[in-house]
Write a protein that binds this ligand. Sequence first.
Ligand SMILES: *[C@@H]1O[C@H](CO)[C@@H](O)[C@H](O)[C@H]1NC(C)=O
Ligand SMILES: *[C@@H]1O[C@H](CO)[C@@H](O)[C@H](O)[C@H]1NC(C)=O
Ligand SMILES: *[C@@H]1O[C@H](CO)[C@@H](O)[C@H](O)[C@H]1NC(C)=O
Ligand SMILES: *[C@@H]1O[C@H](CO)[C@@H](O)[C@H](O)[C@H]1NC(C)=O
Ligand SMILES: *[C@@H]1O[C@H](CO)[C@@H](O)[C@H](O)[C@H]1NC(C)=O
Length: 463
Amino acid sequence: MELLIGKTSCQFLMLVIWFWSFQHGVSQKTEFEPKPHVPGKFVLSDPPMGLFDPIEISPAVVPRNPYPVEPLSPMYPSFPSTYEPILSGKCPVNFSSLLDVVDRTASDCSAPLAALVGNVICCPQVNSLMHIFQGAYNSESNMLVFQKATANYCFADLISILASRGANSTIPALCSVKSANLTGGSCPVKDLATFEKVVNTSKLLDSCSAVDPLKECCRPICQPAIVEAAVQISLGGTSMLYNSRIPGTGSGTGINAVNDCKGVVYAWLSRKLSSEAANTAFRILSGCKVNKVCPLEFEEPSSIIKECRGSAPSSLSCCSSLNTYISSIQKQMLITNRQAINCATLFGSMLQKGGVMTNIYELCKVDLKDFSLQSYGQQGCLLRSLPADIVFDNVTGFSFTCDLSDNIAAPWPSSSSLSSLSLCAPEMSLPALPVPQTSVSSGSRNIARIIASIVYIISSLLL
Ligand SMILES: *[C@@H]1O[C@H](CO)[C@@H](O)[C@H](O)[C@H]1NC(C)=O
Ligand SMILES: *[C@@H]1O[C@H](CO)[C@@H](O)[C@H](O)[C@H]1NC(C)=O
Ligand SMILES: *[C@@H]1O[C@H](CO)[C@@H](O)[C@H](O)[C@H]1NC(C)=O
Ligand SMILES: *[C@@H]1O[C@H](CO)[C@@H](O)[C@H](O)[C@H]1NC(C)=O
Ligand SMILES: *[C@@H]1O[C@H](CO)[C@@H](O)[C@H](O)[C@H]1NC(C)=O
C-alpha cells in the first residue's frame, strides 16, 4: 500500500503561471512573486556553516514542558532560496491550482534536510504530490494518466518548481520517482469512463474520503479498497471469475499491472477529493507503510558481538563498543517512534544471532531515542508515528516536532516482547508509554498533546 499524508499548508508565496496560448506552442510565461516576508539576507543558496551552529536551549526547559505554547526555538535556522523556475513550456498543467501541495512538498523536502527526513517526511509527501499531480493533469479530460512525452516535460517542470521553492533537487533519486510514474505503466485502464464502469466508485470514495489516522494501519479500510479497485482495473474490466487472470496466480506481469493500476486509482481519488483531503489520506496510507519497517542500515556489529557475547559481558567494554556503534547509527536519519521500536528489535536480533545473550540495551541503558538522529544536547528526536511535516517559519527557519514521550527503554527482542510489539495494540499508542506527571492534571488535554513540540538543532550532524 502506499502513500501519503496530510495537509498543512505553509503557503509561502504565490507562484503564478500564465499559459500563453499553450496550443500555439512554446511560450509559457512564469512569474514568481518573491516571498515578501523572507528577509533577503537569509536567502542563501549555499549557507555558511556558521548558520548551523547549535542555538542554546536550556536543558531545563527542553524536555520537561509537555505543553509548550509555541516552539521554543528554531530548529534549523535555514531559509529556502527561491527563484523563478525555468519551465519547459510543454506541460499543460495548471500548477497554480496545486500550489498548496507543491509548497508543502518543497518545505518537507527542503534542500538541507531532505536526506535526513526522506524516509518519513519528504518522500511520503512527494509520492502524494505525484498522485495529485497525475490526477490534476488534464482534469477536464477523460484521461487519468499522462502521455509519455508530456509526462517527461511535466515531471521535469514539477521538479524545477519544487527546487525553485527550496526543495532539494535530488528528489527523484532520493524518493525513487520518475516521469514514468505518471503514465499508468502497464495498467490497462487509463481513462475515466472505463475506470468508473469497472470500479465500484462509491465504495472506493466512501472508504478513502476520510481516512482515520488511528485505525487505518491496523484495521485498514481505504487500503483494501484501493487494492480491490486496482485489481479490478488490472483485469481490464473482465470478470474476477477468470481465476487464471487474477494477478499473482500467473506471471509477474499481473503484479506489475496491479501496482501500476494503484497509481491510476490514486489519480482517480485525487480528482474526486480536494487536494487537501487527498494529501491527508495519501500521507496516512504512507505512514502505515513507513512505520512497519526500520529504515536504518546496520553494519555487521562484530565489534559488539565480540565484547558482549556470552551471559556475563563486562559492562564497561561491552557498553563502550555498543555506544560507539550506536553513535554512528545516530547520524543516519530521523525516524518515528514506531520505526525505532522496529530498529531496536531488528538490531537486537542481529546481536542475539551473533551470540549476545544479555539484554545489553538494559545493561547499557539504551533508549528508543538512541536510535534516532541526535540533536543538540544529545537529545534524540523521534518523530511521532503519525504523518508529520517540516514546518517553515519565516523567523526561525525549518523545524519539526519531536515526540517527547518516547523516553523509553529500547525493547530487547524476546518471544514475549515480539508479540507485544504489535503496531495495532491500543490504537497506535506505543507500548509502555510513560505518562508524564503533568498530563494528569490537565485532564482535558488530549493524549496527543503530551507529544509536545520542541525544537532541536541538528546542525552538528550536517557538518
Ligand atoms: C512572517 O510571516 C508573517 C505572515 O506570513 C508576516 O506577518 C510576518 O511579518 C513575517 N515576519 C517576518 C520577520 O518577515
Ligand atoms: C489555474 O488555476 C487557478 C486556481 O485554481 C485558476 O484561478 C486559474 O484560472 C487557472 N488557470 C488556467 C489557465 O486554467
Ligand atoms: C540535497 O540532498 C543531498 C542528499 O540527498 C545533499 O547531499 C545535498 O547537500 C542537498 N543539497 C543542499 C543544497 O542542501
Ligand atoms: C514509481 O515507480 C517506481 C518503480 O518504477 C515504484 O517503485 C514507486 O513506488 C513509484 N512511485 C509512485 C509514487 O508511484
Ligand atoms: C458498491 O459497494 C457498495 C458498498 O460496498 C454496495 O452496497 C453496492 O451494492 C456496490 N455497488 C455495485 C454496483 O456493486
